[in-house]
Design a protein around this ligand. Sequence first.
Ligand code: TYD
Length: 136
Amino acid sequence: MEIETKEFRTSKNQTGALTFIEGCKDILFEINRVYYIYDVAPGERRGFHAHKTLEQYLICVHGSCKILLDNGMEQSTVQLADPNEGLYVGPGTWREMYDFSDGAVLLVLASDYYTEDDYIRDYQAFLDYVRNEGIR
Ligand code: TYD
């Protein structure tokens, strides 16, 4: 499956780097929530869910991690290791995050507030969901 990444604008000089992300320009959905994942113990894997409507950008702002994406037909993996790279994860995409480096911080920009109703946490239910969505 196709991986959609975006390189955010960055100002770099001898003093350091500054990456900036602007609503409507860099991110086309309305950002209603920001959260970040960190302190992930070695070998741990997270995610194991899809969302029905949520859109997200995942940015590994420190360290690196790998993301498995699955649309019910195909899978792809991507390593995020650059703080100015964002990975788009849209609705109906199963995701797993793993291989977090020591101290990695995964920042997520999300289109909506947290609600458990938007989650599909069972893989078989996810497959049924995307197949039924495809028929419509
Ligand atoms: P979850 O999305 O399952 O984490 P991951 O995909 O990284 O494994 O969320 C873990 C817990 O945190 C779960 O109990 C729901 C809660 N949570 C919130 O309360 N608000 C949030 O914005 C998020 C993302 C999670």
